[in-house]
Design a binder for this molecule. Structure first.
Ligand code: PLP
Length: 400
């Protein structure tokens, strides 16, 4: 790391108002925002409170348009292609509820997908007589081509949608979404990408990527306020979308209707999180998006290497930024996976939080227990020292 990086990381770290005495290593689930972003959110809230009529009825559409334009430049599309939603989950629900499915149709996912996303699609398929197909990827993952081939081996003439994470939740793997979109396009199958981890962690160019839908949360790696997500929709599919909540379906400001109106006004709400997204983009831009990615990958890589050498952890992918970014998941072969405990934190996760003051997820996936470590600008090497020490201590105490 260059001396200039050390200085800049120290300055960046001072911007996160995290609790003292906690090693917060789970930016991947819930990414806290730095002060300039929280201040922007507070400014929007204050403006709203000064005159809600002016804010909601005369200004809101224009303000959301400006925020969408800024976000669109960052994710490589047009402002008109993006609607703000509270989070990726809402976005994926909209896509699922809008897809016309009939009995016998299939929706193709895979075994690395986020549990809630699987649930969304299972319900939609149950309602319509369609079925969810979950492709099984090789373990360990060694080649993007093999992933694409495994996925498309499960495509049939009844496949109506492919749902795939840009970066997976349990395993933190970057999936080859470009190749998946290309092949799906050739077959005329729409693709909905579950992308919350990729925003800021990877360069994202949505129009180039060619997916039909992209569901994201900006409150992960971009560190925008909680409740700031978006749904990208390509082309004419916008007209087919079904809002989860019905309100006026038109602009309160009286401007000509757009497809977003159904989503941007779902009754009175607090729009400050979405309006603060530009502040989050600018915060990372001031640091340098590229350098952010390189440095946080270096940190994740260092943590990964120590977990392998000191705790016999097993990586799920080759060691390359093509496979993982600022977050890495490793299998802990000596740790027991407890099937049937879905939703209950693993005892090791609880012990790390309460005894060692380390917030990190222990992920039970595919019959094995894993640790997933997230690295952002506010992390320091001594936090990884403490994680390694706490894991060694648990292993020694439990005789694992
Ligand atoms: C891959 C993936 N998809 C979707 C989500 C849901 O994100 P949110 O809770 O912001 O809707 C998560 C959250 O961790 C995730 O990791």
């Amino acid at each position: 790391m260059l001396p200039d990086d050390v200085r800049r990381l120290e300055a960046a770290r001072a911007q996160w108002p995290l609790a003292d005495g906690i090693d917060y290593l789970n930016h991947g689930s819930f990414g806290p925002a730095p002060l300039p972003v929280l201040e922007a959110q507070a400014r929007w809230t204050a403006e709203l409170q000064r005159n809600p009529m002016e804010f909601f009825v005369r200004r809101l559409d224009g303000l959301l348009d400006d925020a969408a334009e800024r976000l669109a430049r960052f994710v490589g599309c047009r402002g008109g292609d993006l609607a703000f939603v509270p989070n990726a989950t809402v976005g994926m629900n909209i896509v699922a509820d809008s897809l016309a499915l009939t009995a016998g149709d299939e929706v193709l996912l895979n075994d690395h997908e986020y549990g809630a996303v699987l649930r969304i699609w299972r319900r939609r398929c149950d309602e319509t007589g369609a079925k969810v197909v979950a492709a099984r990827f090789p373990r360990p993952l060694t080649s993007p081509e093999e992933i694409v081939d495994r996925l498309f081996a499960d495509v049939t003439p009844r496949t109506r949608m492919i749902v795939v994470s840009h970066i997976t939740s349990p395993t933190a793997v970057v999936l080859p979404v470009e190749a998946i979109c290309r092949r799906a396009r050739d077959l005329g199958i729409p693709v909905s990408i579950d992308g919350p981890h990729a925003i800021a962690m990877r360069p994202v160019a949505l129009r180039e990527l060619g997916c039909d839908y992209y569901c994201a949360s900006c409150h992960k790696w971009l560190s925008a306020p909680f409740g700031s997500g978006f749904l990208y929709v390509r082309g004419g599919a916008k007209a087919e979308l079904r809002p989860p909540i019905l309100s006026w379906g038109r602009s309160l400001c009286g401007r000509p209707s757009t497809w977003k109106d159904e989503f941007h006004w779902f009754g009175t709400y607090q729009p400050a999180a979405a309006l603060a997204i530009p502040a989050a983009i600018e915060f990372l831009e001031a640091f340098g998006h590229g350098r952010f990615r390189e440095l946080t990958h270096e940190m994740a890589r260092a943590a990964r290497n120590r977990l392998i050498s000191e705790l016999d952890a097993e990586p799920l992918t080759p060691d390359s930024p093509d496979w993982y970014g600022s977050m890495a998941t490793l299998r802990l072969p000596w740790l027991v996976e407890r099937s049937g405990h879905a939703g209950q934190p693993h005892p090791l996760q609880l012990s790390l939080a309460t005894d060692s003051k380390i917030e990190i997820p222990i992920v039970e996936w595919g019959g094995d227990a894993h640790v997933r470590v997230s690295c952002h600008l506010y992390h320091t090497p001594d936090q990884i020292d403490r994680l390694i020490a706490a894991l060694c201590d648990w292993r020694a105490r439990t005789g694992a």
